[in-house]
Design a protein around this ligand. Structure first.
Ligand SMILES: [Zn+2]
Ligand SMILES: [Zn+2]
Length: 146
């Protein structure tokens, strides 16, 4: 699994790193380091928190993982597919946006303004579909169920 995005040199495929990878593949989202400690230890209880911290840092340096600032936390995700992040300001949904959906914008900026946009793991804030169609939710007594 996950061959092409792993660097050719400099990062060995150790057991803990493989567990961190498979955990992130399974959850298919971005997780804080404390969250990763919990998840990896549920798979392999012999992994220590410091091992997870160390390996997340090494894998981020090597470009296998990337970090996102999210609500005051730093979350980590796989860099297997190029993507950006859509974050809903209301409900906190974090969504991966495939990078190629941004290609027209990049091409436009290059062609029209000569600006070479470096797009890597951008974070875009806004409102998700569900939150966008709802005006500010009024607090009504009795509302909520159903
Ligand atoms: Zn990401
Ligand atoms: Zn939302």
């Amino acid at each position: 699994m996950s061959k092409s995005f792993w660097p050719e040199k400099g990062l060995r495929r150790t057991g803990p790193r493989m567990v961190i990878l498979s955990v992130l593949e399974q959850v298919a989202t971005h997780v804080s380091v404390p969250g990763l400690v919990r998840l990896t230890m549920s798979v392999q209880p012999t992994i220590s928190p410091s091992t997870v911290y160390r390996n997340v840092a090494a894998m981020t340096d090597a470009g296998v993982l990337h970090s996102v600032d999210y609500a005051g936390e730093t979350l980590y995700g796989l860099s297997m597919t190029a993507h950006h992040h859509l974050i809903c300001e209301r409900c906190g949904l974090l969504w991966e946006l495939p990078a190629e959906e941004f290609d027209p914008v990049v091409a436009h900026l290059t062609a029209r303004r000569g600006f070479d946009l470096s797009l890597a793991g951008q974070v875009l804030h806004g409102r998700c579909r569900r939150c966008a169609i709802r005006p500010l939710p009024p607090v009504r007594p009795g509302a909520g169920a159903g």
